[in-house]
Design a protein around this ligand. Sequence first.
Ligand SMILES: Nc1ncnc2c1ncn2[C@@H]1O[C@H](COP(=O)(O)OP(=O)(O)OP(=O)(O)O)[C@@H](O)[C@H]1O
Ligand SMILES: [Mg+2]
Length: 398
Amino acid sequence: MPAEPAETATPLEQAVLRALESVIDPEIRKPITELDMVDRVVEAGGGRVDVGIRLTIVGCPASDRIERDVRQAAESVTGAGNAAVELSVMTPEQRAALTERLRGGRARTNPFGPGSLTKVIAVTSGKGGVGKSTITANLAVALAARGLSVGLVDADVHGFSIPGLLGLVDDDGLATRPTRVDDMILPPVSHGVKVISIGMFVEPTAPGGRASSTAVAWRGPMLHRTLSQFLTDVYFGDLDVLLVDLPPGTGDIAISLGQLLPNAEVVVVTTPQAAAADVAERSGVVARQTGQRIVGVVENMAALVQPDGTLLELFGSGGGELVAERLSQGVDGAAGEPVPLLASVPLSMALRQGGDTGVPVVVAAPDDPAARAIEQVAAALSSMPRSLAGRRLDVSVR
Ligand SMILES: Nc1ncnc2c1ncn2[C@@H]1O[C@H](COP(=O)(O)OP(=O)(O)OP(=O)(O)O)[C@@H](O)[C@H]1O
Ligand SMILES: [Mg+2]
């Protein structure tokens, strides 16, 4: 029985087909029944069924999981041992139909341009090493845990670190390779977050060499093209939130961001140190100049409460407040708008360890003060209405 004309299916076949609606393709994140992956469900007598599943590509890395989930779903109807699952692969035509359907019939375009309903949040700092990537990775996981559909683009092509922070690396430190379905790239998923990083495309320098050790020389146009390609060729599906981890500095990428993600809102990360605050403020100003709205400041590496109750202010104090205050005032005669300090994330061993092991602290130790502070940022961001900056306010009926 082909999957669609269910009218001719027997009650058992229909029941199994309904059960298969709960099987989600782990990479595309949609039910296999919607992806035309169910080739057949045939009653074989004696209460047994044969199920045929079409995988998108040969050697699909998710095939074991799909087979297991299909068997489990089918056996929830037939009873254990009564479902035979056979895997095959889609024809090029079937695959083309699938990628076209996933794109909603649209041509290859950046789905996050003007009019997009996705909240885009870029995380910037100006200064390097203040914890942008660590905060971004944790924030993404915290937002996904709130039930939002979250994507994360690692736009730091020189020093990508997101795959490692989210455990998307193998034993050699090589980033997970995304699955490709024709020209569509499926982002690997970690803790519910769809992740893409240049680190996933870089070849190791030597056998066993770490991808992250590969030096990549980038110029502005290449950077722009890469970001643009990430946005058009990667299948994120309908996202509630797209987070972008920016490289340190305020250069070309800010301009690309303004062009490619006109709705982007910016979160500025700073340490409590006055010098870092100055640089952070500048990066906020550049973001504004390229048309983005600053939605808040996160202070990171703030005072650590020591076991004896005293505070260890390794990087001083007050930087977050200072940046938020200055950005609220506006610069160069341009009117400011209130920029809140969203949270102050303390120095934390657990946060650092979470980054090293690839299990973010919001998952590994949710009661850690740093995890709680990041949770506070997630709560604040998810309660903010989407920005209308850069968006055409044309009214269209969908
Ligand atoms: N609150 C914190 N407590 C302890 N360690 C932290 C904290 N935040 C970040 N770190 C550590 O500081 C280092 C730098 O963090 P991270 O890579 O996230 O910074 P970054 O701003 O993204 O850096 P870059 O500018 O190079 O992209 C990492 O080793 C990370 O584990
Ligand atoms: Mg970083």
